[in-house]
Write a protein that binds this ligand. Structure first.
Ligand SMILES: Nc1ncnc2c1ncn2[C@@H]1O[C@H](COP(=O)(O)OP(=O)(O)OP(=O)(O)O)[C@@H](O)[C@H]1O
Length: 613
């Protein structure tokens, strides 16, 4: 009580005059400072009250005025673009900036091995380095191959240790000239309550004047620089949950060199039909035609077949051929609910491939009222005589062989809810409901088409179904040739040392020596360039015909319709420089693999209670 009274008394002393109270409001801390001055220097600030008030008013007014004027200036005389970290444009600008010579002169910069601090925005730095490796000249590749593995590996490991460093603007304002105009880049980490503080990074790009065209030009150049870096690579995006929220977005996850379509082994008619259908869909005028006829502009494909038969490869090859980006979606993603599915679909660009791999992996796509497991499925087919029927391709919703009819026989799916919250109805709505996105190409892959709900496969959702098969003799031959043949890019002028090496292993010693170096007598006479080219051509032809005959031998030793192309490719890769060794050892490999398959099959049958050991 007593202390309360004394506190009140002291407060009364401090604000003894109304002037002091006013000054305390204008200049917080005034009472304390004036008390100190009075006690120690005997200066009574109250005597200068008018001046102090005037000073305080001037300071406050000028602060206010400065804020007002700068706001007004920024609003009416400055154009500003705001760039968010979770948008790809952020990377465009950072990439462009990191390539500007001015960054080398600036004394405030951020150094890092990535262009951004956002974990899920992949900036492909590593891919670029792989590219550099790919771009080695033939001679470099040859010289690297003659090195011992240890030597080569030391080089690679050393290089990998030193990741490419990127220099980007540090936090704060950076002024620079672009096309004769002064621009300002402001990099800010905005403070919020979010614990994902780093994700609140933003860039503000400003120029003087109300005309923002210079900013547009700069951003367009940044985008061009970034996109040109991709060249002909196939860009892959993944539907992922944003780390800072519960929403989903497409994040660029990798870029890959395009896969030539002819490296995918599939019945030529099927391959052509698939490509032609997509080209027909994408060609000028098709969208208008669809609109005129009131048909939603969408196309869907189902690629089905045992694992490792080339479904994803075909999709990547077609994307590479047509320069389309691939958007990968996993229906089994945790936390993916209907709203997120909608937002992902609505964020798809107009022309792209939406790839839903292993669509049967998600329960929601399964056929209703049907047993999920069958005693045997085609992946377990181990009997050479029971090879899968030749590939078939069906148009306009011919359901896959053996596909069950839905229980209600119609297009109304029952709502089977996945634990994460998507239902079959919501999936179907996003695929082709009233608000579904237009222009995209949907490719679904599955190992078990028979498990898929009929509603998912009906015309308009799936317009073409391509079945992939286990490798038949002609496929096996092609696989063999694709591993050992001379690549097209090498054909015109040169047989590289590596190919000569292969040649040596496929020819008798004398013939090989003659082919790769010319006969002893001939080698004394220098060859003209033309003769060299002709000789090389002749060598290539001989090599090709040798490989073709070896391919036949190889195919005759591998049972038809038992192994997937991936399995055969895996085996051939073990002997990638020894085509004859691959043939010598294939019988053992087949026996071994069959044993493994039989054991797997027996275990599966036992687990299902079909046979007892
Ligand atoms: N038909 C094929 N032609 C050429 N290569 C193939 C073929 N099938 C498989 N491969 C090779 O096997 C590997 C796996 O192929 P891919 O991923 O395309 O198979 P998939 O059918 O999509 O398999 P999954 O069903 O398991 O996803 C790749 O390296 C690919 O090069």
């Amino acid at each position: 009580m007593a202390s309360n009274q004394s506190h009140t008394a002291s407060a009364k002393v401090e604000f003894s005059t109304p002037e002091a109270a006013i000054l305390e409001i204008l200049l917080p801390g005034y009472t304390f400072v004036s008390g100190l001055l009075l006690s120690y220097l005997h200066i009574d600030l109250a005597a200068y009250f008018q001046y102090i008030v005037l000073l305080a008013v001037v300071v406050v007014a000028s602060q206010y005025l400065w804020r007002y004027v700068s706001n007004w200036f920024e609003k009416y005389l400055v154009s500003t673009a705001e760039l968010r970290l979770d948008d790809e444009i952020f990377n465009y600008l950072m990439y462009w900036w990191s390539r500007q010579p001015r960054i080398k002169r600036t004394n405030r910069f951020m150094a890092g091995v990535r262009l951004n601090s956002y974990w899920s925005v992949h900036d492909d730095s590593d891919d670029e380095e792989f590219d550099d490796e790919d771009k080695m000249s033939d001679d470099e590749q040859d010289s690297i191959r003659t090195e011992s593995f240890d030597e080569y590996w030391k080089q690679i490991i050393n290089r990998d240790k030193y990741k490419r460093m990127r220099f980007t603007p540090s936090q704060g304002r950076h002024y620079f000239w672009y096309q004769g105009r002064l621009l300002m880049l402001d990099r800010r980490y905005e403070q919020t309550q979010s614990r994902w503080l780093l994700n609140n990074e933003k860039l503000y790009l400003s120029c003087l004047g109300r005309d923002p065209s210079v900013i547009h030009r700069l951003l367009a150049e940044a985008q061009r620089t970034y996109v040109e870096r991709d060249g002909s690579r196939t860009i892959i995006y993944r539907g992922q949950r944003c780390p800072s929220s519960s929403t989903f977005d497409w994040n660029r996850c990798m870029s890959r060199l395009p896969r030539p379509l002819d490296t995918v082994i599939l019945d030529e008619t099927q391959k052509r039909a698939f490509l032609n259908d997509i080209e027909e869909y994408l060609k000028r005028g098709t969208a208008a035609w669809y609109a005129e006829h009131g048909i939603p502009y969408r196309r869907g494909y189902l690629l089905s077949g045992p694992p490792g038969t080339g479904k994803s490869s075909l999709c990547f090859a077609v994307a590479g051929r047509l320069g389309l980006k691939i958007y990968l979606l996993s229906l089994s993603s945790r936390n993916l609910d209907e709203d997120n599915l909608w937002s992902l679909f609505s964020a798809l660009p107009r022309r792209c491939i939406l790839l839903v791999e292993d669509v049967d992996a998600s329960d929601i796509t399964h056929s209703r009222g049907r047993s999920m497991t069958k005693p045997l499925d085609h992946t377990d087919n181990d009997d050479p005589d029971d090879a899968r029927t030749p590939p078939t391709q069906t148009h306009n919703n011919m359901p896959p062989t053996g596909a069950p009819a839905g229980q209600n026989g119609g297009d109304k799916p029952t709502d089977k809810t996945a634990s994460e919250g998507i239902t079959l109805s919501s999936l179907l709505n996003v695929l082709d409901g009233v608000a579904a996105s237009e222009g995209r190409i949907l490719v679904m892959t599955t190992n078990h088409p028979e498990k898929l709900d009929e509603a998912l496969l009906r015309a308009g959702r799936i317009d073409m179904h391509i079945e992939f098969r286990l490798a038949m003799p002609e496929d096996i031959q092609q696989l063999y040739k694709s591993i050992y043949s001379i690549s097209k890019s090498d054909r015109p002028h040169k047989v590289t040392r590596r190919q000569n090496g292969r040649l040596n292993s496929t020819q008798s010693q004398t013939e090989a020596r003659n082919l790769s170096h010319g006969s002893d007598a001939k080698s004394m006479i220098p060859e003209s360039e033309e003769t060299q080219a002709l000789n090389n051509q002749a060598r290539i032809e001989r090599l090709e015909s040798r490989i073709a005959s070896l391919a036949e031998d190889f195919a005759s030793l591998v049972p038809s319709g038992v192994f997937s192309p991936a399995e055969i490719q895996g085996y051939l890769l073990k002997h990638k420089d020894r085509p004859e060794r691959a043939i010598e050892q294939v019988k053992d490999w087949v026996t071994e693999e069959r044993k493994k398959k039989n054991a797997k099959l027996a275990a599966k049958l036992e687990a299902q209670g079909i046979v007892k050991t």
